[in-house]
Every structure is written in C-alpha cells, then in structure tokens.
Write a protein that binds this ligand. Structure first.
Ligand SMILES: *Cc1c(COP(=O)(O)O)cnc(C)c1O
Length: 384
C-alpha cells in the first residue's frame, strides 16, 4: 500500500487544461480569470463580494487591517487552530487573546468570549476570529450578538469549511462566508484544503466599505479609481492612500481555483461519505471518541479528528504502517512565541486536554475504500 497522507489535493486533466490555457493568455496576473474566480466563489458561498489573495494568511491579514486592528487593540481567537488565525492580529500590532474551546464541538466557546468581553473596559476588543475547526461551522449568529453588543468585527476563519452551513434561530441554513453574520470570512486554497490553487486565499463580505478596503490593501494601498482620487491630473495618475501589500493571486492560480470549484460539492459529498464510514467502522473501538456534530449543521470535513487514548502510541503505530495521521493542533497559546507574552500551560484547560488526545485520520476525496478499510483496520489493531 502506498503512503496515505492525512489530506492531499486532487488535480484532474481538466484542471491542467485550465491552467495551460491561462498560461497562454496575455495576462498572467490582474486579468479576467481573477474576476471570474471571485464572482464564482462569491456565488458559491452566497456573498455579495469576494477578494482573492495570495494565500489564506494574507486573507486574514487584510481582514484584520480592514477591521481596523492596530496597536493597543485586542482581538479574541481560539487556541485550537493554525497559528495564522492569531498571527494576523499580531501583524497589525494588536494583542492576541485566546479563549478556551467548547468541550463538545472544540470550537471557540462563545461563553468564554462573553466573559472576557464583560470583564474588559469598553472598546478594548476590536475583533473576534472564530474558526470552523475541521469543517464544523461556528454558530456565527451567536458571535454576531456579542459583536453587536460590544462593538466588534467578526472575521470568521473558514479555511476548513467552504460549503459548510449551520442553521440559525429562524431555521434558515447559513452557508459559511455568506455575509449574513460574519463581517468577513476567510478561505485558503492551500493544496491540503478543499479547493487547491497551489497557494491562494479569499475573503468574502457583504459590506461594500470592507470590500473597498480589502481591494486597496491587496494592491499596495494604491488606487486608480477616479472616484477615490484626491486629484486627477491625467490618465497615468494613481494614488497610494494606505500602506498596503502585494497579496495578488495569479491568473493561472485563479484558473485552477475556478476549475476546482466546479468539483467542490462532489468533494464535500465524498468527505461526508468517508466520515460515515469512519463513524461506523470505529464506533465500537475502545479508547476512542469520534467527532460529534449537531443534526442541523453541514460539516465540511476538512479533517476527521478523533480523541484517543495513548495518542503518541497510535500516531507512531499508524506512521509505521504508512498512514500519516496528524495532530491538529498544538495549542497556539503554548507556542514559544505566544508564551513570550505570558501564556502558559493551564491557562486554557479544555484546549490543552483536547490537544493531548487529538489525532486526524486521513480525509480527502480520493482516499479509496480499500485505503480507508486499511486505516480502520490498523486503528482497531492498535487497541486490540
Ligand atoms: C490553512 C489555514 C490557514 C492559512 O492558510 P494559508 O493559505 O496556508 O496561508 C489559516 N487558518 C486555518 C484554520 C488554516 O487551516
């Protein structure tokens, strides 16, 4: 059996043809494919606007800037995420504050967030960055209520969850990134995520004001839009109005993203099926707790994360069998960089307990039935 990773991209001949065509076109960057990809992605999630950028981390950075984060401000995120969810706060010179996770969903616990907000001077916190961990969509409506009460922006990190939805209190299905509750939602097109561009990212929003800011920050803070210019001496003229970045996505990456987007729903359906087979195959295995999920959500299953006894033993056993299970995540507040701000073991006990026992089993649309049977078999063998 060939090595089985925890996740990988799926590139088809159609994808390759789309990239080849883009490479033959006159514009390799800032051309028509970008706009086409942004429009298609905005429609896919149900948002008014989408801004494509060079990666998910850049998408988080631009969102944090657009949310107005700066020195002296604070923003709250979860410790169980990829470091970039917190780093974007630091890029703006603001303070990253971690709140503990919910013991059932492992997502940022809104009750903990509320306690932090209640205890702080008004105006201290500027943004909330909840993360749809593993593809489990956060209750964005609940965070919206907090954000409105305390005057914060919501940046939802949906890098794991394109296509997921939760059901709001009116019974309506709300797709992640549709702009109904979060101010901005961030996606990644890293190869291990649902839609691969090599590198790539997207921010979606329903706010025209935030959209304009994101566009400006993406391209050096430079605008040529006559409506935004202070002067207009001639056709050559542009203004750099803010300190922005070059976070653009190339045309061939956009072409790949567009081609991949066509298969996004099929990929999600396959991930659901794989999850069901794990649920069934491992349900009686001692030593494991399988991922729970509410009935009224659609989980995007970027990851299938189990909680297990003797995690190191199982990790080593699976790796020795060619199964590259992975740990998502080492709590971000315990990284040396964040410890230097005073964070320490014991600060966030639910997250730290989760980390001790978590392991992500292989989950990607091209995982074969035979490979999955092998994974289940090896896990069971370990606990026998
Ligand atoms: C992948 C990921 C990112 C960063 O995306 P890149 O495209 O790799 O920069 C941010 N947050 C989460 C939760 C991720 O999984």
């Amino acid at each position: 059996m060939k090595p089985i990773p925890y996740g990988t991209q799926h590139i088809t001949d159609e994808d390759i043809a789309a990239v080849t065509e883009a490479l033959k076109s006159p514009l390799l960057t800032q051309g028509p494919k970008l706009a086409e990809f942004e429009r298609a992605f905005a429609d896919y999630v149900g948002a008014r606007y989408a801004v494509a950028v060079s990666n998910g981390t850049a998408a988080l950075h631009l969102s944090a800037l657009a949310a107005g984060l700066g020195p002296g401000d604070r923003a709250i995120t979860t410790p169980i995420t990829f470091a970039a969810s917190a780093n974007c706060i630091r890029y703006c010179g603001a303070e990253a504050v971690f709140a503990d996770i919910d013991p059932q969903t492992y997502l940022l616990d809104a009750n903990r967030v509320e306690t932090l907000l209640q205890q702080a001077e008004p105006g201290t916190y500027k943004a909330l960055i909840p993360v749809d961990l593993a593809g489990y969509p956060v209750d964005a409506e609940r965070f919206r209520r907090l954000a409105d009460r305390y005057g914060l922006r919501i940046i939802e990190d949906a890098c794991h969850a394109p296509g997921a939805w939760f059901t709001d209190s009116s019974g309506k299905r709300q797709r992640t990134g549709n702009g109904a509750y979060a101010d901005m939602t961030v996606f990644s097109f890293h190869p291990v995520k649902h839609i691969a561009c090599g590198e790539g990212g997207m921010v979606t929003t329903d706010s025209e004001e935030l959209y304009e800011k994101l566009l400006l920050y993406r391209t050096h803070g430079i605008t040529k839009n006559p409506e935004q210019l202070e002067r207009h001496p001639g056709g050559w003229y542009y203004e750099m109005q803010e300190l922005g970045y070059n976070y653009r996505l190339t045309e061939f990456q956009a072409a790949l993203g567009l081609s991949q987007l066509k298969r996004a729903d099929a990929g999600l359906a396959r991930r659901q099926e794989i999850a069901r087979v794990y649920d069934e195959g491992l349900k009686d295995c001692p030593g494991l707790t399988l991922p729970s999920r509410a009935k009224d959500i659609y989980h995007a299953f970027h990851l299938y994360v189990i909680q297990c006894d003797n995690r190191k033993g199982l990790y080593d056993h699976l790796h020795a069998s060619g199964i590259f299970a992975q740990v998502h995540y080492i709590p971000v507040h315990l990284q040396p960089y964040y410890r230097s701000f005073g964070w320490k073991p014991g600060d966030l006990p639910v997250a730290e307990g989760y980390y001790e026992r978590c392991l992500s089993l292989p989950m990607y649309p091209t995982l074969t039935d035979e490979e999955q049977r092998y994974v289940i078999d090896r896990v069971k063998a370990f606990y026998r």
